[in-house]
Design a protein around this ligand. Structure first.
Ligand SMILES: Cc1ncc(C[n+]2csc(CCOP(=O)(O)OP(=O)(O)O)c2C)c(N)n1
Ligand SMILES: [Mg+2]
Length: 889
């Protein structure tokens, strides 16, 4: 029979605890840690198993005695912070007064002002000649606070603030959120689509290391700071890549999560504690986690004899309770605590209502936040996340502090404004307060001098997008001329693309700047040759002997490797693309990314990041491999892409091309580098490349061919049948071009239809041109009308027009109004199938037979041939009338 007592004797427990206290008092925390380690080992040996927890108690991670002294002038910083808070609030309130529904957010910045101000005053470093600079991902809807600071700094003026969210106002206004497209000298990183900021930040930190390891950037400091919301952590992108940051030892990365416990509708985790949940996740992943939960006011309370009991009760409260404390009276809170632990009464009697009501949170305390930031920048070997507890709408008082509606709060009445002014001591008179005027202290005041001095010391104002990269020359014709002469050997456009990359990588000037990016599909695309040529980047080199080391194309990892092999992670790969494609602005380095992916897992999987690439003025080439719904055969419905070009057409500054031949691809890549890196245009490219092998023809002669390739179409082959009565203009793209050529031959030999063949490299560019011309004509009545390029190409050509591609019919149809003859479109609408190429092209009705049929039908409609000819052709070509419609099959 066991004689064990049922529970631990209280006195024994106290003795152990006191012994620990004494040990720590005498020897310091590290002695305490050592003892606990040894105790824990012994306990394990004796069969004592503790349940796993990645959590620490619900208190600040940094003990009071490890807090560094605050290096700044608290009072001057407080004055400035109050001024910035006021202006941030005023700009939103005024914008909504003048124009209802303009929107904006007050309460997010209200909760995070201190988090930003400690950073601006002591940490955030601008890029200078000596310092690499920090990259700061501001929480998107905290933008009013960032604008307000820029106003106080003198970078923005009253008119700018007044025109917040009125970008079309005279003289321009401020964009709602961080958009480099709209404010290219100010914002660096678009963050407002939640989750994209954090994943970009992780890959930014990694890419910075890549640049340093490859010798493209000096190792001259700089941290990546990502500010995000606690609600934002529910986005898979936010947490999905945190493992990489640990694996790659990214101690240049700091996440600051503003844990105000609320998102838009209500609490983030009403029934739990978001800080504890995030702590588990990040600690489990190996991050350095610093919790900043309580303000300094609570230090003595926790250290008092009631500290342990109080922490226990606080530990048991859920976030819903904390939110309630923010809006309730001191009495409510006192009662709540007493119900949980009556022995806390003497302590609670000593705490004022105000102390209780606010239960001042660590994120609002500069000392606590500074201690956390300092620890974060000094941490080596791993990334840091700071979980800062704050109050949403802090300082808004009755107007919305801590309330569920606070996220949407945009207006404040006179009383509320007066209260705000009072809370933060803004020197605005009673007469003025209702108007919510902007306020800026005189430049000569101590606080303004301080503010300016701090930024001067830290490398200048932020955010600041500063493009200093020198222009670089596009590859010469000499480099790519092999692609112009054609080749009888059957190759795919994917192989051609890889060959172009390989040539660029060998180029003395451009080679180092090319960044091949691939999500675990290099072998699929035949890119494994590059493993050997330039290696796969790994900060650790290659610590093992690769299983295929005796193979020429072995999996070669190296610290100076050039390929970013991302694993099965399209979002992460795209984030790398963004970091590489914006290095010209972030670091002044012209890296040229080529991100090659399964086209089906591009636009539709990571479309939001592609949209962001447009906003951020990213450069580079997105390459959708194994593209085309019938060209990729066996893989079936999930892999066959017939619409990425349609989705791609939604991004205003992305140029989408579907080239058929090697020389087309070479011309497009060459001109792309010219436009992006020589001319500095804010465009980027999406190219589809396919895996069907065929001989590559030589580039047709003629001055207009190159121009046509880039504009979107050119005549590839004119019919030799001069004087024929029947004529057709056949438009082909990508791999379907070969079907079009076959159809042209059949039409000519069998049906006496002289057929010109056009290569359409980009329906998107043709439509863009058409729209621009149409618009010009609309707003220039009476002027000589301009003519769209596609009309110029086709208007004077004889015969019917038929288009076929491996993409949806909407692409050629989108040009309909500019083609006087009309157009018969063939394409691949519908779900794919796993089948042979031939069967698929029959199923989707894009093979040579259907192109012939469409042409004959058009001719019959125009009365040029008899309908019987069409019927017979169908029979001859074995096209059944009861075929299922691929669009809905
Ligand atoms: C992908 C995406 N979904 C929804 C929104 C709309 N939205 C903007 S802010 C917000 C709530 C944010 O809550 P949290 O992340 O906790 O930030 P807080 O304002 O509390 O600091 C929502 C839902 C968005 N911007 N992006
Ligand atoms: Mg929140």
């Amino acid at each position: 029979m066991s004689t064990e007592p049922e529970s631990l004797d209280e006195q024994v427990a106290q003795e152990w605890l006191e012994a620990l206290d004494a040990l720590v008092d005498e020897g310091g925390v590290h002695i305490g840690r050592e003892l606990l380690d040894r105790l824990s080992d012994r306990a394990y040996e004796r069969g004592v198993r503790l349940p796993f927890t990645a959590n620490t108690p619900y208190i600040n991670t940094i003990p009071v005695d490890e807090e560094p002294e605050y290096p700044g002038d608290r009072e001057l910083e407080r004055l400035n912070k109050s001024t910035i808070r006021w202006n941030a609030m005023a700009m939103v309130v005024r914008a909504n007064r003048e124009s209802d529904g303009v929107g904006g957010h007050i309460s997010t910045y209200a909760s995070s002002a201190n988090l930003y101000e400690v950073g601006f005053n002591h940490f955030f470093h601008g890029r200078t000649d000596e310092h690499g600079g920090d990259q700061i991902y501001f929480q998107g809807h905290a933008s009013p606070g960032i604008y307000a600071r820029a106003f106080v700094e003198g970078r923005l003026n009253e008119k700018d603030l007044k025109n917040f969210r009125r970008e079309l106002a005279k003289g321009g206004g401020l964009s709602s959120y961080p958009h480099p497209w709209l404010m290219p000298e100010f914002w660096q990183f678009p963050t407002v689509s939640m989750g994209l900021g954090p994943i970009m930040a992780i890959y930014q930190a990694w890419f910075n290391r890549y640049l340093e390891d490859r010798g493209l950037k000096p190792d001259n400091g700089g941290h990546v700071w990502a500010f995000l919301g606690d609600g934002e952590c529910d986005e898979p992108e936010t947490l999905g890549a945190i493992g990489l940051a640990v694996r790659e030892n990214l101690d240049n990365l700091i996440f600051v999560i503003n844990c105000n416990l609320q998102r838009l509708d209500g609490p983030v985790r009403g029934n739990g504690k978001i800080i504890q949940e995030l702590e588990r996740i990040f600690r489990g992943a190996g991050w350095n986690v610093i919790k900043v939960i309580w303000g300094s006011e609570w230090d003595p309370v926790f250290e008092s004899e009631y500290g342990g009991r109080l922490i226990q009760v606080l530990e048991n409260a859920v976030d819903g309770d904390y939110q309630k404390f923010t809006v309730e009276s001191g009495d409510y809170i006192r009662k709540w605590f007493l119900e949980r632990d009556p022995e806390l009464k003497p302590l609670l009697d000593t705490l004022s209502d105000e102390q209780l009501r606010k239960i001042k949170r660590g994120g609002h305390d500069p000392v606590k936040v500074h201690a956390a930031y300092k620890k974060a920048v000094e941490t080596e070997g791993r990334p840091t996340v700071i979980l800062a507890k704050t109050v949403k709408g802090y300082g808004l008082g009755e107007a919305g502090e801590g309330k569920n509606i606070t996220h949407q709060q945009k207006k404040m009445n006179e009383d509320e404004l007066r209260e705000f002014r009072g809370n933060f001591g803004i020197p605005i008179t009673d007469d003025e307060v209702a108007y919510a005027p902007f306020y800026k202290p005189d430049e000569q005041t101590a606080e303004m001098q301080y503010l300016q001095a701090r930024r001067a010391e830290l490398g200048g104002y932020l955010p600041r997008r500063d493009v200093k990269a020198p222009a670089i020359k596009a590859p010469s014709d000499e480099l790519i001329k092999e692609f112009f002469s054609g080749n009888d050997r059957a190759v795919s456009t994917t192989m051609v693309l890889v060959r172009i990359m390989s040539k660029l990588l060998r180029d003395k000037k451009l080679g180092d700047l090319i960044v091949p990016i691939v999500p675990d599909e290099a072998r699929t695309f035949g890119m494994d040759g590059l493993f050997r040529q330039v290696g796969i980047y790994s900060s650790k080199g290659q610590l093992y002997e690769p299983v295929d080391s005796d193979n020429l194309l072995y999996y070669r990892e190296a610290t100076d490797g050039q390929i970013l092999e991302e694993g099965i992670n399209e979002a992460g790969s795209m984030a790398s693309f963004l970091a590489a494609g914006t290095a010209y602005a972030t670091h002044g380095i012209n890296t040229i990314p080529f991100y090659v992916f399964y086209s089906m897992f591009g636009m539709q999987r990571i479309g939001d990041l592609v949209w962001l690439a447009g906003d951020i003025r990213c450069k580079g080439f997105l390459v959708g491999g194994t593209a085309g719904r019938t060209t990729l055969n066996g893989e079936g419905l999930q892999h066959q892409d017939g619409h990425s070009l349609v989705l791609g057409s939604t991004v205003p500054n992305m140029l989408c091309y579907d080239p058929a031949f090697a020389y087309e691809l070479a011309v497009i890549v060459q001109d792309g580098i010219r436009r992006m890196y020589e001319n500095g245009e804010s465009v980027f490219y999406y190219l589809t490349v396919e895996n069907e092998n065929y001989a590559m023809p030589a580039m047709p002669k003629g001055k207009t061919v190159r121009d046509g390739i880039l504009k979107g179409m050119y005549k590839f082959r004119a019919s030799q049948e001069k004087g024929a009565k029947l004529k057709a203009q056949l438009l082909g793209s990508g791999a379907i071009m070969n079907e079009v050529l076959k159809a042209a031959d059949i039409l000519e030999t069998k049906y006496k239809v002289a057929s010109d063949v056009w290569s359409v490299t980009s329906y998107g560019e043709l439509r863009r041109d058409g729209l621009a011309v149409e618009r010009w004509n609309r707003i220039h009545p009476g002027s000589k009308a301009r003519v769209p390029y596609v009309t110029k190409c086709l208007a004077n050509e004889e015969g019917v027009v038929v288009a076929a591609s491996d993409y949806m019919k909407i692409l050629p149809d989108s040009l309909l109004k500019w083609i006087p003859q009309g157009i018969e479109s063939l394409g691949t609408d519908g779900f794919g199938r796993s089948e042979t190429r031939e069967a698929l092209r029959d199923h989707f009705e894009v093979d040579a037979r259907f192109i012939v049929l469409a042409t004959l039908n058009s001719l019959a409609r125009e009365g040029k041939i008899k309908i019987d000819v069409v019927k017979k052709a169908m029979k001859d070509m074995k096209i059944a009338t009861n075929k299922p419609d691929p669009a809905s099959a």
